[in-house]
Design a protein around this ligand. Sequence first.
Ligand code: S3P
Length: 431
Amino acid sequence: MSKKTIHPAKTVAGGVAPPGDKSISHRYAMLAGIAEGTSELSNFALAADCHSTLGCMKALGAEVKVEKMLVRVTGRGLRGLHGSWRALDAGNSGTTIRLLSGILAGQSFTTKIAGDDSLNKRPMKRILTPLREMGAQITARDDNFAPLEIRGGKLRGIHYEMPMASAQVKSAVLLAGLFAEGETAVSEPARTRDHTELALEEFGAPIERHGRTTRIRANGIRLTGRKAEVPGDLSSAVFFIAAASLFLDSTLHIQGVGLNPTRTTILDVFARMGASLQMLSLRSAQGEVIGDIAVKGSKLKGGVIAGAEIPLVIDELPMLAALGPFTEEGIEIRDAAELRVKESDRIAALAENLRRMGATVEERPDGLKVAGRSAGKLRGAEIEPHGDHRIAMAFAVAALGAEEPTRIRDAECAGVSYPTFYDDLARVAEQ
Ligand code: S3P
């Protein structure tokens, strides 16, 4: 598949179960690799990104067996990984390189790690600063970009006041804290996803949390392999919430989705915009909340997304922006300059492709303003996702509500987080 054609739809109906959560799968795979014994991870993400993490853990000595969505990882214990003669390949995955760097900083060997062209252009200084403060020696291209060479060693605990709200930075420091002498603490300026904290507790590392500060004391810790179920990925489910919200008579049931409160701000945003959502069958697994979401079609109002909400909905902003032309007031995104250093420059990619479909867009350094319904209907177009999975999927959804068919170039890039996305979308979109 290189180009995918998406035809306009009349409604969205039926059921869908999004694949396992990408963020959680990365964390379970890494912790299982440094735990003692075998972990059995069910509903593990099909995402190419998480398979990059599994590849790295394997290269470092963990035993990894993949049977579709069931992944067995036999760990080496905290001190048992070995160096890899080849550079580790993080592929397209920022989470892989940034979180794993925290673990590699505490090893007694040197590791090289790099990724694809997109990843090698993304900023790494944000993790280099705290990890160096803890005692790791790391070199990077232009002191900011992969390839990284991480000379691990004895680490000391620090109290790191994060200058930015990033779960990846917080996680890199906490994971390095597993290998540090004394206490490691991280304070975040705004709340971000807390999957690392929950996963660390689950694998046996005591964590203390007070307000925005998380502490870990490594002395004598051992992690133990375990059975864990990965919830479905809410960030993937959002494409279907958006698709169903496009048509007044849609009814869609999304099954088994992770509803961790540090991820559900996107549901608040949808509700504020007038979406009809209901959460059902709530349960919990390893401290994570899981449930179903029932979506009905509705008239979306639109509105502004800004400030402390941004880090909590960062991965869902492409879909929200692409919904702008279907809303009453349009969508405005502010304070989101971080979008420019994701898998692509998402602000530029959104503005470019929205314009290709005929939308009225104002691009700003830290966001964009997309005009609502009164600016006219979207027309079919050729979409250029710039290799970015979330751009490809956001426009595949917008295409359902366009006047003519839309073609998505390089459509398989969706596989970075959701390899079966187009099939799942085709199953629920009724022409
Ligand atoms: C992630 C954190 C977020 C998010 C990314 C996954 C994680 O990145 O955008 O897709 O798994 O910790 P930042 O921490 O850089 O905001």
